[in-house]
Design a protein around this ligand. Structure first.
Ligand SMILES: [Fe+2]
Ligand SMILES: [Fe+2]
Length: 292
C-alpha cells in the first residue's frame, strides 16, 4: 500500500488533479417529499405540521402474504419496545439502520434482474435507491443528536447482518411480501415517531434547538427556529412516503402491473395525477383499498 508521501519517478504526485471534478461537490441525496423540494422558503414548525401524511393510515392485511408481513413486523416490534422503552432517539438510530436496508436490497436485486433479462426495470430502481439514501440521511441526522454506545453499535452490526440477509432472501422469494413488510415497518415507524412527538409535547424530552446542520440543509428547515420537534416531523413525513410507496409497490406486484413508466407518462400528460393513479388501484378488488 502506498503511503500519503509516496512519490512517482521521484516527484510528489499532484493528487488533487487526479480527483474527478464532481467529487469536489458535497452531495446530499434529494429529499423525498414534494413539499420540501418545492418550498421556496425554509420550513418552520407550522409548515411541517401542515404536511398531510395521514399518520393513522393502516393497510389492512388481506392475502396470506399481507398477513405474514403484518404479523412479522408486529412480532419484531416486541423486542424493540422491550429494549428501547422510551429512549426514542436511540430507538430512531436503530430503526434507521434497519430502514435503510430494504431499498438497497430491492434495487440490487432489480438491477441484477434487469441485467440478466436484458429488460428495463420499469422505473423501480431509482425509487428504491432514493428511499435507501433518504433513510441513511435520517440515520446521519440522529447520529449527530445521539452517540450510540459500544453495546448499541454491536447490536446494530448484529441486526444488520441478520436483517440484510433475511430481507435479501425474502425479496428473492417474494418481492410482494418484502414490499409489504416495508409498508408495515413504515407504519410502525410512524407510530414510534408519533410517540416521540408526544414525549416532546409533554415535556419529557427536551425540545432542543441544537439541530444538526445536515438536517437543516436536507429538509430546508428554518435555521433560526428549527428544533428537535421539527426534525421528528420531517422524518415522520418521509416515513409516510415510504409507507405509501411500499404498499403501492406490493399492490402493483399483486395486480401484475409492475411497469411504472406508462402510468407516470399518463399522469403527466393528463395533469390529473391523483385520478390516474387511483384509476390503477380501481383494478384491484375493493378489499385491497386503504382503511383508516
Ligand atoms: Fe427513516
Ligand atoms: Fe422509512
Amino acid at each position: 500500500m502506498q503511503s500519503a508521501n509516496a512519490t512517482i519517478n521521484g516527484k510528489e504526485p499532484d493528487v488533487i488533479h487526479q480527483i474527478p471534478e464532481d467529487l469536489f461537490y458535497l452531495h446530499h441525496p434529494k429529499p423525498v417529499r414534494h413539499e420540501i423540494l418545492e418550498s421556496k422558503t425554509p420550513l418552520d414548525s407550522k409548515a411541517l405540521e401542515n404536511i398531510d401524511i395521514s399518520p393513522d393510515l393502516h393497510r389492512q392485511p388481506v392475502t396470506w402474504s399481507d398477513k405474514i408481513a403484518f404479523y412479522t413486523v408486529r412480532i419484531l416490534r416486541i423486542p424493540t419496545d422491550w429494549f428501547f422503552k422510551k429512549k426514542y432517539i436511540h430507538r430512531a438510530v436503530m430503526l434507521e439502520t434497519v430502514a435503510a436496508v430494504p431499498g438497497m436490497v430491492g434495487a440490487t436485486i432489480r438491477h441484477l434482474r434487469s441485467l440478466r433479462k436484458l429488460q428495463h426495470d420499469g422505473g423501480w430502481i431509482d425509487h428504491l435507491l432514493h428511499e435507501a439514501e433518504n433513510e441513511r440521511m435520517h440515520l446521519m441526522t440522529w447520529m449527530r443528536i445521539s452517540q450510540p454506545n459500544w453495546w448499541e453499535r454491536s447490536l446494530i452490526t448484529l441486526v444488520q447482518g441478520g436483517f440484510y440477509n433475511m430481507f435479501f432472501m425474502l425479496y428473492l422469494i417474494s418481492p410482494r411480501t418484502a414490499h409489504r413488510v416495508v409498508g408495515y415497518l413504515e407504519e410502525e415507524a410512524i407510530v414510534s415517531y408519533n410517540s416521540f412527538l408526544k414525549e416532546i409535547d409533554n415535556g419529557n424530552i427536551e425540545n432542543s434547538k441544537n439541530v444538526p446542520d445536515i438536517a437543516i440543509d436536507y429538509w430546508n428547515l428554518d435555521k433560526n427556529t428549527a428544533t428537535l420537534r421539527d426534525v421528528v416531523l420531517a422524518v415522520r413525513a418521509d416515513e409516510a412516503t415510504h409507507r405509501d410507496t411500499n404498499h403501492h409497490f406490493a399492490d402493483r406486484i399483486l395486480v401484475g402491473h409492475e411497469d411504472l413508466r406508462e402510468d407516470i407518462k399518463r399522469a403527466f400528460e393528463d395533469h390529473d395525477k391523483t385520478k390516474k393513479m387511483a384509476g390503477l388501484t380501481n383494478e384491484a378488488p375493493e378489499k385491497w383499498k386503504w382503511s383508516k
